[in-house]
Design a binder for this molecule. Structure first.
Ligand code: BES
Ligand code: MN
Ligand code: ZN
Length: 498
């Protein structure tokens, strides 16, 4: 899709479709009013007849609107003006893209980004609009033999701004939105790709392709190299798998040489059967999404590289399958992690923390400014927060606050959970330094507590995305979260958003 920005009035646009909004009840927005004036009351007339009341989610397509140069006008209902906030703004754009796809137009001029959204400036509106517009055209049809081809797919979108002097700001924000959506699309593709294709080697290849596209640094460690480093916790998970494990490291140098990097670590379990602690059969296919942490940090890397942000960023992905087998780890096995701490593996299904802990120890060598890990870590987090918020844990409150705010801003929200010492007791083992599970109570928290034992040397946050990384049911699929949250956080760190 091609995006552009123009300052100009809606009636003067030569395009397949001009899109303007109407508030409840029947209140024209400024661009709609301009159109109506040029059309001598044509639109007001439509409203009067009751074809459009301005209710959120409704649309009407008009043809042959007098006084205009466009083929069609799409009126979109915005709901109550007083209640038009972030969420309504986003929903409106999704509605518009869907309606445009249902018409025969291949290009459109959208006059919605000038509408005020409480507390949000033009840059926010442009970034969100571009991101949502692009993200809502996402399809995953690589494995359908008959593609659901659109007659005339939407190819060009133009957004209107009121004043010429807003063009530069709008342009930059739009590019950010596009970059974030492309990062999300990468994350969604990786998540949706079936687990017989998307195995650790495939993840490494995709990371390498990203490296080539953006000239990043890339290193992929294999089993032997991990052994040398003493990553016996990670390797314990890989024992049952026939697919070889990989530790993928990408580096992006947009900041000053010598500036400490921000490190993102993503859980890359390309399929989680539970191992010897085998999962039940129902919905087990969804455990192909157990690499969505990896997908999220790789997608964020793509967005950052495309925006050319002035920061240094390192991405680490421990990647393996979690399979049962004659050589697989047994419940009761004790391993020594790279940190030197010993772990009694009581449940082989708590494998995410076992691969992350070694990756988090490995992160020390980059002398990080901040480390953020992202993982589909616990079913308990899904029980606690559902599909709305990701679970957020941090060993530094100001870091948690920054991430919460980034999530609010991007409408990709997280909720701060406790990491109090009181929970650490649940990880006691009679035989090793710790067990890998803490019992049923507070499962998302004890998982985070486990990780906290490996992150004492730097500022660290953990995002449990088990509930937010994909959707089940009729619109099953990866969501691309938390790419918007992370990209927003990094835009702030780069000084592009204050
Ligand atoms: N990948 C799962 C977590 C998960 C489960 C995410 C369901 C989304 C939906 C993780 O590896 C896991 O199996 N966790 C266990 C931990 C338990 C054994 C302590 C869980 O949550 O049941
Ligand atoms: Mn598991
Ligand atoms: Zn898992």
């Amino acid at each position: 899709m091609e995006f552009s920005i123009k300052s100009g009035s809606p009636e003067k646009q030569r395009t397949g479709c001009v899109v303007v909004g109407v508030f409840e009840s029947k209140k024209l927005t400024l661009p709609a009013e301009l159109l109506d004036k040029a059309a001598h009351g044509f639109i007001a007339d439509i409203l009067r007849r009751g074809d459009m009341e301005g209710k959120a989610g409704t649309t009407v397509v008009l043809h042959n609107v007098p006084g205009t140069l466009c083929d069609r006008v799409l009126l979109v209902g915005l709901g109550k003006e007083k209640e038009f906030r972030e969420k309504e703004f986003g929903n409106t754009l999704r509605t518009v893209i869907k309606a445009l796809n249902d018409t025969g137009t291949s290009d459109a001029a959208i006059f919605l980004t000038e509408l005020p959204v409480k507390k949000r400036d033009l840059a926010w509106r442009m970034r969100q609009a571009a991101m949502i517009a692009l993200d809502s055209t996402y399809r995953f049809e690589d494995y359908k033999s008959k593609k659901n081809e659109q007659r005339r797919p939407l190819r060009k979108l133009m957004f209107g701004v009121e004043r010429r002097n807003e063009l530069a700001v709008a342009e930059e924000a739009m590019k950010q939105g596009i970059a974030i959506a492309e990062g999300m699309a990468m994350a969604r593709d990786l998540g949706n790709t079936p687990p017989n294709v998307c195995h650790p080697t495939y993840l490494a290849e995709q990371a390498e392709a990203l490296t080539k596209e953006f000239n990043l640094g890339c290193e992929v460690l294999d089993r032997a190299e991990m052994e040398k480093l003493g990553m016996h916790s990670l390797l314990a998970v890989a024992r049952g798998a026939h697919q070889p494990p990989k530790l993928i490291v990408l580096t992006y140098q947009g900041g000053k040489a010598g500036e400490k990097p921000i490190v993102l670590v993503g859980k890359g379990v390309t399929f989680d059967t539970g191992g010897i602690s085998l999962k039940p059969a129902a919905d087990m296919d969804e455990m192909k999404y157990d690499m969505c942490g990896a997908a999220g940090v790789l997608g964020t890397m793509k967005a950052v590289a495309q925006m050319a942000l002035p920061i240094n960023l390192t991405v680490i992905v421990p990647a393996t399958e979690n399979m049962p087998g004659g050589n697989a780890t047994r419940p009761g096995d004790i391993v020594t992690s790279m940190s030197g701490q010993t772990i009694e593996i009581l449940n082989t299904d708590a494998e995410g923390r076992l691969i992350l802990c070694d990756a988090l120890t490995y992160a020390e060598r980059f002398e990080p400014d901040t480390v953020i890990d992202v993982a589909t870590l616990t079913g308990a987090c899904v029980v606690a927060l559902g599909g709305v918020a990701s679970g957020l844990f941090a060993n530094k409150d100001s870091l948690a606050r920054d991430l919460l705010e980034a999530g609010e801003d991007a409408h990709d929200r997280a909720w701060h959970m406790p990491l109090w010492d009181d929970y650490q007791e649940q990880l006691k083992s009679p035989f090793a330094d710790m067990g890998n599970v803490g019992g049923r109570m507070g499962g998302a928290i004890t998982a985070a507590c486990f990780l906290s034992r490996f992150t004492k040397k730097y500022d660290w946050a953990h995002l449990d995305i088990a509930g937010t990384a994909w959707k089940s049911g009729s619109d099953k699929g990866a969501t691309g979260r938390p790419v918007p949250l992370l990209a927003n956080y990094l835009l702030r760190r780069a000084g592009k958003i204050d």
